[in-house]
Ligand binder design. Structure first.
Ligand SMILES: Cc1ncc(COP(=O)(O)O)c(C=O)c1O
Length: 409
């Protein structure tokens, strides 16, 4: 396991002190990670040196065009796509998914079926529910008591009327990683599309669209050390088959076919640096960007998992505390540890942690259905701790100690 916490000095926000004079502990990454100086600087540099709209016959515009293409190239490398024109950008994942659902919806007929899951963030559910107005039937995959997808139910649901399965790579509420290879097989056998919400997974492990072969995959740069911007991978040729919402002068070809209006250029400049920040964890600087990212994300996975296992063990031993989701270690999992404490609301625990300088989210994080199905709404949902390469074993120990103090009153 390679210790990645050396990256801490690259994050200006990590030097901020909490109320007790100790550095803040950022365990709020699943809601948005911290941002390294290189990304912050790239955003400022864009406005300072290249700020322009696209397709002009002058230097700043030409540099902006080149920068946008580089952002596509970098994201393609991160997702394992050999073709940068498979990468479209948008305001955020939610907005891209709504645009996509409207475009796909216009190709569906009453009685066609779309499958969503009760484990997903609502950004991968609500856009598909809107298609009910067109007579599209929405089927829901329930979750088990261990917060995993009920795969028996899913196998029953996929049939020759299924047009699309919208599924998350990893749960932003409890860290479950879904069996995507099997879901790909099930959908492919019926000629249905598979759309993957990889927002929660993208900061934590390798993504390889060539291997998984999703039709669509979405993520968000602000979860992997970049700015607020959404990213869509679409299998070559697919966007051209969809009646996307477009102004008339807009290109009919991918990737621009999905992109309404002027993009957030400065955020794209930051996204390039965020991908390079991730790649910097690789051991072989001479390798291709794709190979460096694969190696880097493998390091990230192992580093975060060691921390997650420590956090999981420490919390599991505390009285009245229940950690939800699959155990750490036995299977693929995101390093996102969510728990409840009997008799205490998650909001109170989050506030007490906040007072101790430990930043953690409480609630349902928009993954409403899984929180409802686990019966946790009454106590204010979950308390979620998310790990990143800038977190350390000392921070994990401090967090376990503080949670114990809160429980013991
Ligand atoms: C799993 C998951 N999907 C989708 C989203 C929505 O992403 P965005 O904020 O880019 O719309 C989030 C945000 O937290 C998320 O965690």
């Amino acid at each position: 396991m390679k210790d990645l916490s050396y990256c801490r000095h690259q994050f200006p926000s990590l030097s901020r002190l909490g109320p007790d004079g100790q550095p803040l502990v950022y365990l709020d990454g699943p809601g948005g990670s911290q941002v390294p100086a290189s990304v912050i600087q790239a955003i400022g540099d864009y406005y300072t040196h290249r700020n322009s709209n696209t397709h002009g016959q002058f230097v700043t515009s030409q540099e902006s065009d080149a920068m946008i293409w580089q952002a596509r190239t970098h994201m393609a490398a991160m997702l394992g796509s050999p073709d940068p024109s498979t990468i479209s950008f948008g305001q955020n994942m939610t907005t891209l998914n709504f645009l996509l659902s409207q475009a796909i919806g216009r190709t569906l007929k009453p009685g066609d079926e779309v499958i969503v899951t009760d484990l997903d963030h609502d950004a991968n559910v609500a856009p598909w529910l809107t298609l009910e107005d067109r007579g599209v039937v929405i089927r829901r995959v329930p979750v088990t008591s261990t917060a995993e997808l009920d795969m028996d139910a899913l196998r029953q649901l996929v049939n020759d009327k299924t047009r699309l399965v919208a599924v998350g790579w990893a749960s932003n509420a409890v860290g479950t990683v879904n069996p995507l290879a099997e879901i790909r097989q099930l959908t492919a056998a019926q000629g249905a599309w598979m759309l993957v919400d990889a927002v929660h997974w993208a900061p934590h492990g390798v993504i390889d669209v060539e291997q998984l072969k999703p039709d669509f995959l979405l993520c968000s740069a602000y979860k992997f050390f970049g700015p607020h911007i959404g990213i869509l991978y679409a299998r070559p040729g697919l966007l051209e088959s969809l009646p996307t919402l477009r102004v008339r002068p807009q290109s009919e070809a991918a990737p621009e076919r999905m992109e309404t209006g002027t993009l957030n250029h400065a955020a794209l400049a930051g996204t390039i640096r965020a991908v390079e920040f991730l790649a910097s964890f690789a051991d072989e600087p001479s390798e291709t960007l794709r190979n460096r990212l694969r190696q880097a994300m493998t390091h990230v996975y192992h580093y975060e998992h060691e921390l997650a296992a420590k956090l999981y063990r420490g919390l599991s031993g505390l009285p009245d505390l229940k950690v939800w989701g699959p155990p750490v270690g036995a299977q693929d999992r995101a390093p996102t540890i969510s728990f409840t404490v009997a008799g205490q609301s998650s909001e109170t625990i989050a506030r007490r942690l906040g007072e101790a300088g430990i930043l953690a989210w409480d609630g349902d994080f928009y993954a409403m259905t899984v929180v409802d199905q686990l019966g946790l709404r009454g106590q204010g949902g979950l308390l979620r701790l998310g790990l990143a390469p800038y977190n350390t074993a000392l921070e994990v120990e401090r967090t376990i100690r503080t949670v114990e103090e809160i429980i013991r009153g």
